[in-house]
Design a protein around this ligand. Structure first.
Ligand code: GLN
Length: 454
């Protein structure tokens, strides 16, 4: 009830939730009480969560914050949300996001921008919460839920976590089932939690992760008790510092928070080693070929027949065109155009195949570092703190907006786990995050190390 009241009071200003489900929350909470009374409490009994609008929730608003999915209420539950509910979690509502998870500022949502609960010192200007999981991050930061589900294709868990002083982890590709999550770029998409601290993130990920016969890319590996990794000694842990992450024009404050993180880990007993990930600079351009290519294919299914919106036309082709013209926002259309172009005959080899080769090289860079004895890699999470809504520099320049993902996309291209953890404030009093990148399926080392930084 306290969370429902807090949402009623604050959500009109923050716009983190696009659909509220208080009746479902109350019914689930009642069942939690009953299970607790019977001595059958699950790991998340009665914990109120917000669910990103990308996750299919049975009978409940699921629109990926797009106009084209108007009125869509799935007949099925995503595996991740089902796992959470099986452990006793309670759903407060569906959270705002960039349309189809395409964006870094939550400004592409059909439901409007989310406002970051943080403001710069002495300023009243509204800031973005980051994206695409902007609603998830803002809701957690404003305490409008105890934790949230999110997804990350190129940074959409870690960048909003960094912008809001929260913790977000993108697990290894395959750790969580993608079944029932609206697809953006299927070879990059992963679900993960955004939470107030590292321990909460560890507890949530344990519940979310599972192998699933409905998603053949989910792995059949036991899910460790991540919470146990927190507080483990850092003796013998080797942290790699990649020189390629020192990018031109990066604010001095980002560098200094990075140095602070290095010092904290050293103090805790970790060994710090310089490493090189030479293909880092190609990760962003390659990502912005692979992700739109997969998106253009995945989004072909929105045709005015199967889901949501339909704008009538003279014939079926006309109906498709009118529906897609009216239903998709401009960022989504841009991605479909880019993706269709790079997959078309004549350009496929020059762009798509080349980007896939670059992807292999990026993956190999990380493998070489891990094979040389590095346990985790420490980098800044983002090249800046949260920026303003409708920022003049970014709003009209999609490529500049894409640069926000410069530190996060490598992790998705390589399929590795990555966590963003708050590490301090900048001169404006806004949160800055650090990122830790781990070996495949070694989320434990990330929780262990991130806890030293938080
Ligand atoms: N900002 C990136 C993009 O727009 C990443 C989005 C995401 O991780 N879902 O593609």
């Amino acid at each position: 009830e306290a969370y429902i009241q807090a949402i009623d009071a604050a959500n009109p200003a923050i716009n983190a939730y696009v659909a509220l489900t208080p009746e479902i929350a109350r019914a689930q909470a009642k069942q939690s009480d009953e299970r607790i009374a019977r001595g059958q409490a699950g790991a998340l009994e009665g914990i109120p969560l917000g669910i990103k609008d990308l996750f299919a929730t049975k009978g409940v608003h699921t629109q990926a914050c797009s106009h084209i999915l108007d009125g869509f209420k799935p007949e099925y539950e995503s595996t991740v949300t089902q796992n959470l509910f099986n452990d006793g979690a309670v759903m407060l509502g569906k959270l705002n996001m960039d349309e189809f998870a395409m964006g870094s500022s939550n400004e592409s949502s059909y439901y409007g921008v989310v406002k970051n609960p943080w403001r710069a010192k002495g300023s009243n200007a509204d800031l973005v919460p980051g994206g695409s999981s902007g609603g998830s991050a803002a809701a957690v930061a404003a305490q409008l839920c105890a934790g949230a589900t999110a997804t990350d294709t190129g940074g959409s868990i870690r960048q909003p976590a960094a912008f809001t002083g929260t913790v977000g982890i993108k697990p290894t590709y395959g750790r969580c089932s993608r079944w029932g999550i609206v697809a953006f770029a299927s070879s990059l998409d992963q679900a993960g939690p955004i939470a107030r601290d590292v321990r909460d993130a560890a507890i949530l990920l344990k519940s979310m992760a599972s192998t699933d016969s409905k998603d053949t890319t989910s792995v059949d590996l036991p899910v460790p008790d991540y919470e146990k990794a927190i507080g483990r000694s850092m003796k013998g842990i080797r942290i790699g510092i990649p020189k390629e992450y020192r990018v031109a024009g990066m604010p001095e404050e980002i560098e200094s928070v990075w140095q602070k993180g290095i010092a904290w880990l050293k103090d805790a007993g970790a060994e710090i080693v310089d490493i090189s990930l030479p293909h880092t600079k190609y990760a962003l351009p390659a990502y912005y070929i692979v992700a739109p290519a997969e998106a253009s294919s995945n989004l072909a299914r929105y045709d005015g027949v199967r889901y949501g919106l339909r704008v009538e036309g003279n014939d079926i082709t006309d109906m498709y065109e009118k529906t897609r013209a009216a239903g998709f926002g401009s960022e989504v259309k841009r991605r479909i155009l880019i993706g269709t172009y790079v997959l078309s005959a004549g350009y496929y080899d020059a762009y798509y195949i080349r980007a896939q080769k670059v992807r292999t090289l990026i993956k190999r860079d990380c493998e070489l570092a891990f094979n040389a004895g590095v346990d985790a890699i420490l980098t800044p999470a983002t090249p800046s703190s949260a920026f303003g809504i409708a920022d003049e520099d970014l709003a009209n320049d999609p490529v500049k907006m894409y640069l926000n993902d410069i530190f996060t996309v490598t992790v998705n291209m390589a399929g590795l786990p990555g966590i963003a953890v708050p590490a301090g404030l900048d001169h404006k009093g806004l949160p800055l995050g650090l990122q830790l990148i781990g070996k495949p399926f070694d989320e434990e080392t990330l929780f262990q190390t991130a806890h030293v930084i938080e």
